[in-house]
Design a protein around this ligand. Structure first.
Ligand SMILES: *Cc1c(COP(=O)(O)O)cnc(C)c1O
Length: 395
């Protein structure tokens, strides 16, 4: 692809980062399944290690297939550079460890992914890096929660599974006035629905396991940010801690990305129809879906997301056992954690993803025993609806 042309998202997700002319016309990016790279002579090895000559050395430090993925992801997230990791958590840990030192403080949105929560606790216990949570609903909330030691603001939006949103433009504006970097876990949106860097945030993280891969066959992560910050991470908390992606997984993600926008449109269309259906069902107590005009965060959604996304949470009337019975009656929909796959997946946060949080705190967060999280797949929405309906009928 020619340099510096301004293509649309749908074109970049297919072409950016790969030039077939450099690879004997191969339409698809080649898989460089190699651990190391040979030097033409000893002096070339010396120059590469000294950084005097560009070129690959060893796949933990860089690999051509991985580079293609990183260039494509940087473009899609409107950042300068990207770095791929062996999992979303490898990306989260490398970024948080790069931004903080002993005595620092991390300010988080009201909910973070369970293992991110675990990492924050570990950093506190072992390295005295503290954290706090804030609703970040207003500038005042945020200003009050920021401490002199706050080294980074870490947010997810929408938040799993309560689907609360935070205003990324407002947060980045306040953070900038204090000189604090903002990191956004953008997994729930994918770069197609939301671009935090374009809204002023500094770093974007993805669990590429979800929508970016899109086919439930890879665990991987990506971070996007400035050239300077990303190369610092590449040379420190990635290179030396070692959470790199395998070339094959990078190759799978390059393939997944080619259909990202098409898949996201379908996920979103199906979710919109199912949210309406669930909202009208007598056995459903409540539905949380960012595209619902009555949702408290609807205006934030309109402001910063292209579409409301493919995830829905809903509470059924009854007890925890009713929720579990409902799930067991499903025939097409699979019971599984994870999200963003072609298959519709359903999970029960209170006993699965959020089971480590004490019940009382869980309920304060809005996670009741009857709340169910649906990752809407790419199947016919009528078939998904019919499956939910027959399972609800059996209650
Ligand atoms: C899955 C997920 C992660 C962790 O990613 P892995 O690829 O499983 O390591 C982080 N954040 C969010 C929002 C996720 O959904």
């Amino acid at each position: 692809m020619e340099e510096k042309r301004n293509y649309q998202f749908e074109t970049e997700m297919i072409h950016t980062g790969y030039d077939s002319k450099q690879f004997q016309g191969s339409l698809n990016p080649p898989l460089f399944q190699t651990s190391t790279f040979t030097f033409e002579n000893a002096k070339q090895g010396e120059r590469r290690f000294a950084g005097e000559e560009e070129g690959y050395i060893y796949s933990r430090l860089g690999n051509p297939t991985v580079t293609m993925l990183e260039e494509r992801m940087a473009a899609l997230e409107k950042g300068e550079a990207a770095l791929a990791f062996g999992s979303g958590m490898a990306a989260v840990s490398a970024i948080l460890l790069a931004l903080t030192k002993t005595g620092d403080h991390i300010l988080c949105s009201q909910g973070v992914y369970g293992c991110t929560f675990g990492l924050l606790q570990l950093m506190k216990k072992k390295y005295n890096i503290n954290h706090a949570f804030s609703t970040m609903e207003t500038e005042e909330d945020l200003l009050q929660a920021i401490q002199p030691e706050t080294a980074c603001i870490y947010v997810e939006t929408p938040i799993n599974p309560t689907m609360k949103l935070v205003d990324l433009e407002m947060i980045s504006r306040v953070a900038k006035s204090k000189g604090i970097p903002v990191v956004v876990d953008n997994t729930f949106c994918s770069p197609y629905l939301q671009n935090p860097i374009a809204l002023g945030c500094d770093v974007v993280i993805h669990s590429a396991t979800k929508y970016i891969g899109g086919h439930g066959d890879v665990i991987a992560g990506i971070a996007v940010g400035s050239k300077e910050f990303i190369s610092e991470v590449a040379m420190t908390t990635q290179k030396d801690i070692g959470g790199i992606i395998s070339p094959f997984d990078a190759w799978l993600l390059l393939r997944g990305l080619k259909t990202l926008a098409v898949r996201m449109d379908r996920h979103c269309d199906n979710a919109e129809k199912l949210a309406t259906f669930l909202g009208n069902h007598t056995k459903v107590e409540s539905v949380i879906y960012p595209g619902d005009e009555k949702n408290k965060d609807y205006e934030i959604m309109k402001k910063q997301m292209r579409k409301p996304g493919g995830l829905i949470s809903f509470a059924i009337k009854g007890t925890k056992e009713d929720a579990q019975r409902f799930m067991d009656h499903l025939q097409l929909i699979k019971i599984a954690v994870s999200l963003g796959d072609a298959e519709t997946l359903i999970q029960h946060p209170a006993t699965m993803t959020h089971s480590v949080i004490p019940k009382e705190e869980r309920e304060k967060m809005g996670i009741s025993d009857t709340l169910i999280r649906l990752s809407v797949g790419l199947e016919s929405w009528e078939d998904i609806r019919d499956d939910i309906e027959q399972a609800l009928d059996k209650l």
